[in-house]
Design a protein around this ligand. Structure first.
Ligand SMILES: CC(C)(COP(=O)(O)OP(=O)(O)OC[C@H]1O[C@@H](n2cnc3c(N)ncnc32)[C@H](O)[C@@H]1OP(=O)(O)O)[C@@H](O)C(=O)NCCC(=O)NCCS
Length: 150
């Protein structure tokens, strides 16, 4: 993806260091932060990975949306999809997902997987509108780094 593609109703571009404070604030407003995750460390890890998969939507100097996309060589994963509450229902979430999809396609990724918190029924409806289907899997996780004591 180009660094600064021009789009109406908010540009979508790669994360820049100057976005850090606003993006963390956005994630908090969108209820995506949890005590056991450290958003600063999550950004550091993604940036050090160097794949350009952390995207932000901006209007002027304001960060109004985000998405983090990553390809593990088999599946593409989506995290931190967020649209500012005041900007919702104007297709920005769809455009962010389109940009993430484009990024993953460019990497040769054949399929996107994502996890939705069981209580997040709104996000489930949103993804269904975008053509996502429920996979018959059980999501499991194992933490390797304790962000609370880091
Ligand atoms: C989910 C989220 C990104 C959607 O952003 P958005 O910009 O409002 O979404 P869009 O305007 O692109 O909506 C696309 C479609 O999904 C539908 N949709 C969006 N939010 C919806 C909701 N809460 N309930 C039902 N449908 C919804 C829209 O009506 C639209 O349908 P259409 O294609 O028929 O017009 C936004 O609500 C958000 O940031 N939520 C909090 C963070 C979150 O839960 N992230 C996902 C974590 S897994």
């Amino acid at each position: 993806m180009a660094d600064t593609p021009s789009m109406a109703d908010g540009d979508i571009r790669r994360f820049r260091e100057g976005d850090r404070g606003q993006i963390i604030s956005l994630w908090a407003r969108c209820d995506l932060t949890r005590p056991w995750n450290n958003p600063d460390a999550d950004i550091d890890r993604k940036v050090s990975h160097g794949d350009g998969g952390l995207l932000v939507a901006t209007r002027g100097d304001d960060v109004i949306g985000s998405v983090m996309a990553g390809y593990d060589g088999h599946r593409g994963w989506i995290n931190y999809l967020a649209v500012d509450p005041s900007e919702r229902q104007h297709r920005l979430g769809s455009r962010l997902m389109g940009a993430a999809e484009e990024h993953l396609r460019e990497l040769g990724c054949p399929k996107i997987n994502l996890q939705i918190r069981a209580t997040n029924l709104d996000a489930r409806s949103f993804y269904e509108h975008l053509g996502f289907l429920e996979d018959e899997v059980v999501g499991m996780g194992k933490r390797l780094i304790d962000d609370q004591s880091a």
